[in-house]
Design a protein around this ligand. Sequence first.
Ligand code: COA
Ligand code: AMP
Length: 624
Amino acid sequence: MDYQSEFRRSVDQPEEFWREKARAIDWIRPPEEIWKASENGHGQWFPDGLINSSDVALDANIRAGRGDQKALIYDSPVTDTQQSFTYNELTDQVARFAGVLKARGVGHGDRVIIYMPMVPQAVIAMLACARLGAIHSVVFGGFAAHELAVRISDAKPKAIVTASCGIEVAKVIPYKPLVDRAIEEADHKPEFCIVFQRPQVTAELQAGRDADWDQEMATATPADPVPVAATDPLYILYTSGTTGKPKGVVRDNGGHAVALRYSMELVYGAGPGDVFWAASDVGWVVGHSYIVYAPLFMGCTTILYEGKPVKTPDAGAFWRVCQDHKVNYLFTAPTAFRAVRKEDPEADLMAKYDISALKRLFLAGERLDPSTYEWLKEHTSLPVLDHWWQTETGWAICCNPVGIEEMRTKPGSATVPAPGFNVQVVSLDGRPMPAGEQGQVAVKLPLPPGCLSTVWGDDARFRKTYLDPIPGFYSSGDGGFIDEDGYVFIMGRTDDVINVAGHRLSTGEMEEVVASHPAVAECCVVGARDEMKGQIPVGLVLLKDGATIDPDELEEELVEMVRDRIGAIACFRRAMVVDRLPKTRSGKILRRVIRQIADGEEWSVPSTIDDPAILEEIDQKFRN
Ligand code: COA
Ligand code: AMP
């Protein structure tokens, strides 16, 4: 099979194509109907299929004879723990925890928020929800109480599952006070919380509302998988948009299972029994798709790593994990390797470990800069494969399709569109751009299975954000170009979303926090290029008339406010007071030119600006 014919079939005969791919999955009732179109080219995949994602991930592997194979390996340098679960053992734990939730009234369609560190219980809780047909919404542990509260108010969960603490290198972060604060702030109150107590911190439980994980599990009756419609939501994952309010990306069960299983073959070239490690966090889409679901759908062994690329204990950590668990495929964000390279530029620590089981390295989440790419190639001699995707799509939009045809790589390119994604670069009015010219990277509808079906509770926002801007296309929010060979180059967001250490954040959200400071009249937050983290946010602040606060003191307060409201991962550390903000005559802040200044790029004075001198002043401030 070659890439071109597979790709052409996927876009010319999508129903036939996905009917065939759907056969790889154990359905409860296989779909007869493959695609049901709604208006505007959007629609539903496998509308009459019945499935259970926990059954596909777990029980199906037992039926296939993999019950004694390792399903999950937990490797935690921060607690000095290694623990593994076979498919039999993981299924038993998941069925039990599903029993815990069921006994407390959680069922089909109910939401459950999971706010947990990288412990096996997070994976167990996700799969337990799936088993009951309940909808999980995992919130990344690095988000502050306010962010959790926003998600509680939006998802209206029946329950919250949490742990007593997370561990960041050597810092122990108690989670329960954050959960309590979030519930207090949210305008919806969950009925109950299940708390996994870790030895480092014992959380206080609120009588009548909170229950202890271990105690509940001890007496639980295991629950069987519940058949759900392929189109029923499996999960909601909130992601940053351009406004302060995060978007709840909704993923269905059937399309997700089919697409992710296919992606394991196509994108990663992985098969049953392989050891797959996505060094990410279950709170991000990479964690959902490639720590939890896809490797299990494929019958692989997946690694859950509670540690960092550096400092736990050193920059050899990734190679040590690869050696200990004979990892075949490693997937992480370029930032992680930039951190490793900074501490171990000659890769001396890599040489200490036997990483001979490793076949390929995969990078995504942000642009793979050519120098990190070259460093990895030189020191590992492995294929280093960039791929481009988003929370919204759940799997790679562009990749090197190694499972069917390994293509030549071009540094800076995520290679070619994955079968199913008819990627085109277009102008804002949908006209195709010539090869090599930059424009909006868009996907001609329909999207393949596995992509978002809507935005939770706000279908109008889904349409307005993704479908309306370029009729007939899904708007990715990224800009880029396609070269003469059909290779796709992603050059960065065209909106106010930034990418900090592989974490997607909204500058609009940070602006809301900064603007709420009593001394601030107006502000603007932009992403500035950062050698290690890709981008970091920087704020420009205009004081209210008569405000007398010292700029350093203000910066300190703003930094603290962003940490408190959004979380430390925002990495908001710089706020500069300016006399004026550069605006167009109609009053719009000129973010693009501020970004160029922040990045130290060439910039020119836009013709629309009302007062060009202000740009020089801002440039000076950045240079100081
Ligand atoms: N819970 C609580 N706090 C967290 C957290 C979590 N799960 N994750 C990060 N934080 C905190 C950190 O402790 C740090 O706090 P500090 O400002 O008090 O020091 C802050 O958020 C910033 O964290 P981070 O962005 O991770 O920076 P770092 O300097 O600690 O580490 C890297 C740098 C490169 C090692 C780290 O960013 C990394 O591993 N990146 C890979 C990203 C990744 O896997 N992305 C997923 C997409 S594939
Ligand atoms: P997230 O939804 O957190 O996965 O972030 C998605 C965004 O990250 C995309 O819209 C891109 O801006 C960026 N991104 C992800 N992967 C890549 C990649 N391989 N190259 C360039 N940018 C990427």
